[in-house]
Each structure stands twice: as structure tokens, then as C-alpha cells.
Design a protein around this ligand. Structure first.
Ligand SMILES: NC(=O)c1ccc[n+]([C@@H]2O[C@H](COP(=O)([O-])OP(=O)(O)OC[C@H]3O[C@@H](n4cnc5c(N)ncnc54)[C@H](OP(=O)(O)O)[C@@H]3O)[C@@H](O)[C@H]2O)c1
Length: 292
């Protein structure tokens, strides 16, 4: 525990932007496939209020979750927002009629998306906006396109005061460097967990630059983590695989921020408690062997 009251303490992404390392990802609050209305409205509102009650100060969302569903729930549950709360959204996609995630990265589409986020969240300016660059069949593979045109448009909206800070999602080291040549980048959001470790080198280089690395699918996302090693470490510690996977991330690097997603108050409480588990060097070495 630290003075934030939460395991893992806090991370400062930029001046005026300090968040608890244990955050919350709101994507699971939309309907099945992140499409359509929330499954249990009252539980979703209770989850969001519990997030704040537990002292979490970082919520990750997007107007294309639902679409609009998670942003409207956040506003309904938490507006007017506590000063300490930072809402991070993302743009760069829309939902098609089949529930797909096509790119929406043209300047006029981004401008539209920022205004939708502002209206649906009830904000005058957004703390952090991530530009989603990923795509491919699964929607979250690297696409090695230049991000200059869309990122320059977001940088313009930052200068206009609509956005406070910028991040990028599903990106390579080369795309991060390209973005940094346009405007400061405060966070990277990529696919990473104890079993999916393609970004190990990237995490270390972001840590050296003081940039937050925010892994999505920390628990495996749509394909929950399955590992005998994870199960056996969890059993030895009298814990659960979910808990150990989150504790491993917090111990992996001080710039890693957790945004585990859940639609359940009970799971949210479990996840916050989980982050406090102390893994020994032997536990970590065993868990590291999952991905090798
Ligand atoms: N930048 C991007 O492109 C991108 C892509 C995907 C996601 N994201 C962000 O990353 C966040 C996290 O990713 P995610 O939600 O997809 O995946 P995740 O956090 O890896 O896993 C969420 C799944 O784990 C379950 N779960 C959570 N806590 C649990 C617990 N204690 N016990 C049992 N099951 C538990 C949830 O079910 P229950 O609801 O039943 O708890 C849900 O099915 C999202 O919410 C979103 O904000 C960003």
C-alpha cells in the first residue's frame, strides 16, 4: 500500500496527470461483443461508483464501446466528476452494423469523435486521448501505417484546448517515434500480459522515458488466460490466476498501469485486492517461463 491507498501507488504521466496504477477499463460494461446496451444497468452503475469509492483515479473508455454506452454510463454514474479522476478515451475506429471496428482516422472523423466524447462524457476537455492505430482481422494487430495525418489533427485539437494529453494504441516503436516528432506522448496502450510478451523491450524503453505503458487484455481479454503455471503459482499462494496475473504486471515495471475490465462489483474488488499480492523472485521466474 502507498499514500494513494491502493496497491501499486501512483504514476505521473505528465504535470497534473497523476493516476493510481490500479485503474479500471470500462469496455466490459457494453453489451456482448462490446456492442449494444449494457447487460445489467444497475450493476454497471454500481461498478463505476465502486471504482471511485475504492480510490481508483484512472478510467479507460471509448465512445465506440457500445457505441456511446460506456461513456454515457460513466457520466450517469459519476458526473460531476471528482477532481482526482482522470478519464482516458480513444478514437480512430467506429462500429459497423456487424459489430466490426473499421478505422476512422480521417481528420474530420477524429474531430467528430472528439466532440462526441466531450458531449457523452460531459467534459469541456478530455484528459487523455489515445489514437487507435491497430486493425487487421482481430481488430488489435499492428498496422504499420504512418500516423502523421491523424496524430497531427489530434495535436491541433490539443492546441485548441479540447484535449489535454495524447497517447497512442496498438503501435510499434517506429510509430511511437513518429508520434513523438509531432507532439508529446504520455501513454502507450498495447496488447500485453503474462502470456503475451511481445512488448517487453518496448516497455523498458518507455519506462526509461517516463511514459506509461497501459496493457490491454491484462487478463487475456476475449480469450481468458489459460496456463498451468499460472494456476499452480496461484494455488501455492492461496490466490487466483486473475490475481496473480495482475500482480505480475504491477511488478513487471513501474510504468505499467492496470486497466483490467469487469462488469461485476465483486470482481472489481477482487482485482484491487489482487494487485496487493507480493510475488517472490521465484514466483516471478516461474511466471516468466509461461511466455518462453
Ligand atoms: N486500446 C485498445 O485497442 C483496447 C483493446 C481492448 C481493450 N482495451 C481496454 O482495456 C481494458 C481491459 O481489457 P478487457 O476488458 O478487454 O480484458 P481483460 O481485462 O483482460 O479481461 C476482462 C475479462 O476478465 C473477466 N474478469 C475480470 N476480473 C475478473 C475476476 N476477478 N474474476 C474472473 N473474471 C474476471 C471479465 O469478466 P466479468 O465482467 O465477468 O468480470 C472479462 O470477461 C478494456 O476494458 C478497455 O478499456 C483497449
Amino acid at each position: 500500500m502507498t499514500d494513494s491507498g491502493l496497491p501499486g501507488g501512483t504514476f505521473t504521466m505528465a504535470k497534473g496527470l497523476t493516476v493510481t496504477r490500479v485503474g479500471y477499463g470500462a469496455m466490459q460494461l457494453a453489451g456482448p461483443g462490446v456492442f449494444g446496451a449494457v447487460r445489467d444497468h444497475d450493476e454497471a452503475i454500481a461498478v463505476l461508483r465502486e471504482v471511485v469509492e475504492l480510490g481508483i483515479t484512472h478510467i479507460d473508455t471509448s465512445d465506440y464501446y457500445g457505441p456511446r454506452v460506456t461513456n454515457l454510463l460513466i457520466k450517469e454514474a459519476l458526473y460531476p466528476y471528482p477532481e482526482s479522476l482522470h478519464i482516458v478515451t480513444k478514437v480512430g475506429a467506429y462500429r459497423d452494423f456487424r459489430g466490426g471496428w473499421p478505422h476512422a482516422r480521417k481528420p474530420e472523423q477524429l474531430r467528430h469523435a472528439i466532440h462526441d466524447n466531450l458531449i457523452n462524457l460531459g467534459l469541456d476537455a478530455i484528459d487523455v486521448v489515445n489514437l487507435r492505430m491497430g486493425g487487421g482481422e482481430d481488430g488489435h494487430s499492428l498496422v504499420h501505417d504512418s500516423l502523421a495525418e491523424p496524430f497531427e489533427e489530434l495535436a491541433r485539437m490539443q492546441q485548441e484546448g479540447l484535449i489535454k494529453h495524447l497517447g497512442i494504441s496498438t503501435v510499434s516503436a517506429a510509430q511511437i517515434a513518429e508520434a513523438q516528432s509531432i507532439a508529446p506522448v504520455v501513454c502507450i496502450q498495447n496488447h500485453y500480459n503474462v502470456a503475451h510478451r511481445g512488448d517487453d523491450e518496448l516497455i523498458d524503453s518507455m519506462a526509461a522515458q517516463g511514459i506509461a505503458y497501459v496493457p490491454y487484455f491484462p487478463l487475456g481479454g476475449f480469450s481468458p488466460l489459460q496456463s498451468d503455471i499460472l494456476n499452480s503459482v496461484a494455488e501455492r499462494l492461496g490466490s487466483t490466476p486473475h490475481a496473480v496475473a495482475q500482480a505480475w504486471l504491477l511488478q513487471r515495471s513501474p510504468n505499467i498501469l492496470l486497466i483490467s475490465g469487469t462488469s461485476s462489483v465483486a470482481h472489481l474488488r477482487e482485482n484491487v485486492a489482487a494487485a496487493g499480492i507480493k510475488l517472490s523472485d521465484d514466483d516471478v521466474a516461474e511466471l516468466n517461463s509461461i511466455a518462453s
